[in-house]
Design a binder for this molecule. Structure first.
Ligand SMILES: NC(=O)c1ccc[n+]([C@@H]2O[C@H](COP(=O)([O-])OP(=O)(O)OC[C@H]3O[C@@H](n4cnc5c(N)ncnc54)[C@H](OP(=O)(O)O)[C@@H]3O)[C@@H](O)[C@H]2O)c1
Length: 252
């Protein structure tokens, strides 16, 4: 069992949902986000429900890269090592490229991609030292193709993140004597703060608990990659990859 799990962006949505499910399965947790009051409340809730589970929380803005390395190291010390890191913190801000929304697009790129690189670096340093560990990155179905309008930059970050994870996975091929795995997950629409009030997503949206159960199932199987939930997103992903762009742009 990968006992000790660090989750970034654990103050709401998928991060908090995965934390609850993993705690119920007996995992110790290091939970990070900027809204530390939310993390403290989640820690209290988990410790009340599962007294045997150890939970540490840390305020962390993933765009403060030095802090990413420091908080990961502190969590390693507190829990006695990390067995799994879930790179989950993310942002959905943005606007159509060329319409004056550079700052929102840039914030999304920095948070979802550059800061994700910092998290992968910090996790992999530790996993290489221990010759064991499981890196999980939360990409998105929007990574399948270039996406229009307000999610162009967002989708590009998620495609970049998936390629980053694949490159790290490639580094592990033929490397003997280790147990390091890399998993890339592509959620479709799961209810969270990020997509509150986005009406066109409701049709295929699953509730947070259903979505997080599907995420944890794929994580525990240590799959290379998976759409989440696999139905209907795995077949839809194939359509998205191969359909003409004029069709794909109407699917989002
Ligand atoms: N929900 C979906 O349908 C869906 C679909 C595809 C992919 N995803 C991905 O799933 C991940 C989780 O999103 P969510 O849906 O759960 O949205 P959410 O409820 O808005 O949660 C986002 C989390 O990321 C954290 N975060 C944002 N910026 C941060 C920063 N600069 N530093 C540290 N933490 C930061 C937030 O914490 P603080 O604000 O407290 O820092 C929050 O805990 C994201 O990577 C998102 O792109 C979600």
């Amino acid at each position: 069992m990968r006992k000790n799990v660090l989750i970034t962006g654990a103050s709401s949505g998928l991060g908090a949902g995965m934390a609850r499910i993993l705690a119920a399965k007996g995992h110790n947790l290091a939970l990070t986000a900027r809204r530390v009051d939310r993390l403290e409340a989640l820690k209290a809730e988990i410790e009340a429900d599962h007294p045997d589970v150890e939970v540490v929380v840390h305020a962390l803005d993933v765009n403060d890269h030095d802090q990413v390395f420091a908080v990961f190291k502190q969590s390693i010390r507190e829990l006695g090592g990390l067995d799994r890191v879930i790179v989950n913190a993310g942002l959905g801000k943005g606007g159509r490229v060329g319409t004056g929304k550079f700052h929102a697009n840039k914030e999304t790129v920095e948070t979802n991609f550059v800061a994700a690189l910092a998290q992968c670096e910090a996790a992999m340093e530790h996993f290489y030292e221990r010759k064991a560990g499981h890196l999980v990155v939360i990409s998105s179905m929007s990574a399948m193709r270039g996406m229009p309008g307000s999610i162009t930059a967002y989708a590009a970050t998620k495609a970049g993140l998936a390629h980053l994870a694949e490159g790290i996975r490639s580094d592990l091929i033929n490397r003997k004597g280790h147990d390091i795995k890399v998993t890339t997950l592509y959620p479709g629409y799961i209810a969270s703060e990020m997509n509150e009030g986005v009406e066109q997503e409701v049709r295929l949206m699953v509730d947070t608990e259903t979505g997080c159960k599907s995420l944890v199932k794929a994580i525990e199987k240590e799959v290379v990659e998976s759409a989440i939930p696999p139905w209907p997103w795995a077949p839809l992903g194939q359509v998205m990859k191969h359909a003409p762009l004029s069709v794909v742009r109407r699917m989002v």
